[in-house]
Design a protein around this ligand. Structure first.
Ligand code: NAD
Length: 353
């Protein structure tokens, strides 16, 4: 059995769905169900005995240790985190609690469990930590893309908290020999993405006739990867990654934010034309930039491609088309997400111009 944390979130739930459909091994999913955790993402697994869910905190060391032992877990994949940069600017405390202290407690639980294992069980055990390219800081326009050799220069409370967790994971390998793997991935997009992040926010606001808020000049560059490709990279690293190594994951798709918004609008114009005519682009509104906004991220994915033979299945064009189609077909999911805390957050922090 594998143990996934944060498996009710965006990437975690996509990973769990893929893992169960591949059918090889059972999965135990531990998630605190913060505002970002949505068990509805896993509704199709309700009657599937290969997936079991426990609501809990990665920081609850006793709970984690007992679950690992009870289920004789052979690998842990850690997705659980606070993940939204804007939220980290307004309330950094929860990012430190979960991403730093929570990861530390999780590592302690895993170390306790792993130290009791023997023989092949000990040999085959893995702890895979899912992280971000944001730990490397911001690139200039002509800088080469981030390799695994880049030094860490996190600029937001989110990226600093993820950087701290990466360092803890590394230290548990070097100090205690814990068999760890770390992946640092670029921006993901795809189904079940909480509509506070750029792509789903633009789709949802466009369809609701609301402004499409673009930070600053919209020329911040991100490197985009379809979530299913991130999941296949994690599976590959878990299967064949070298212990103690980090692997950058990306699809060589650098795009300025404004271009992303234009692409989303063009796809919506094609798939769901506005009733009164015109383009969704008319809803674009430039808003004050995020403080400390990194200008450019780009991932050099040659190590995972060369060593592990991983390649993304989607291009940006195919992935973004699938994503827009998914949101158009799943308006009920969006509607249920758009309640309570989410709505409060949107009205508080995305002021209508
Ligand atoms: P998300 O915010 O959608 O999901 C996070 C999940 O973790 C939620 O289900 C939440 O309930 C759960 N969680 C939060 N705190 C917890 C705690 N203390 N204990 C247990 N569960 C907890 O995030 P995501 O976008 O799916 O990201 C998953 C991981 O991938 C994160 O570690 C993130 O840093 C990393 N990552 C994300 C991206 C991206 O573009 N979204 C890119 C690279 C790396």
């Amino acid at each position: 059995m594998i143990f996934v944390t944060g498996g009710a979130g965006f990437i975690g739930s996509n990973f769990v769905l893929d893992w169960v459909s591949a059918g090889a091994e059972d999965v135990l999913n531990l998630d605190k169900l913060t505002y970002a955790g949505n068990l509805e993402n896993l509704r199709s697994l309700d009657a599937n005995s290969r997936h079991s869910f426990v609501r809990g905190d990665i920081g609850d060391q006793a709970l984690v240790e007992s679950l690992l032992a009870k289920h004789r877990v052979r690998a842990v994949v850690n997705f659980a985190a606070e993940s939204h940069v804007d939220r980290s600017i307004h309330s950094p405390g929860t990012f430190i609690d979960t991403n730093v202290v929570g990861t530390f407690r999780l590592l302690e639980a895993v170390r306790g469990y792993w130290s009791q294992l023997q023989g092949a069980e000990r040999e085959n055990f893995r702890f895979l930590h899912v992280s971000t390219d944001e730990v490397y800081g911001s690139l200039g326009p002509r800088d080469p893309a981030f390799t695994e050799e880049n030094k860490y220069e996190p600029n937001s409370p989110y990226s600093a908290s993820k950087a701290a967790s990466d360092h803890l994971v590394r230290a548990y390998h070097h100090t205690y020999g814990l068999p760890v793997l770390t992946t640092n991935c670029s921006n993901n997009y795809g189904p079940y993405h909480f509509p506070e992040k750029l792509i789903p926010l633009m789709i949802v606001n466009a369809l609701a006739g609301k402004p499409l808020p673009v930070y600053g000049d919209g020329q911040q560059i991100r490197d985009w990867l379809y979530v299913g490709d991130h999941c296949s990279a994690i599976r590959r690293v878990l299967e064949a990654g070298r212990l103690g190594e980090t692997y950058n994951v990306g699809g060589w798709n650098e795009k300025p934010n404004l271009e992303i918004v234009h692409t989303v609008c063009a796809l919506l114009d094609e798939m769901n034309p506005k009733r009164g005519g015109g383009s969704y682009r008319e809803q674009i509104t430039f808003v004050k930039d995020r403080p400390g906004h990194d200008r450019r991220y780009a991932i050099d994915a040659r190590k995972i491609e060369r060593e592990l033979g991983w390649k993304p299945a989607e291009t940006f064009e195919t992935g973004i088309r699938k994503t827009v189609q998914w949101y158009l077909a799943n308006g009920d999911w969006v509607q249920r997400v758009q309640s309570g805390a989410y709505r409060d957050w949107i009205t508080q922090h995305y002021a209508q111009p």
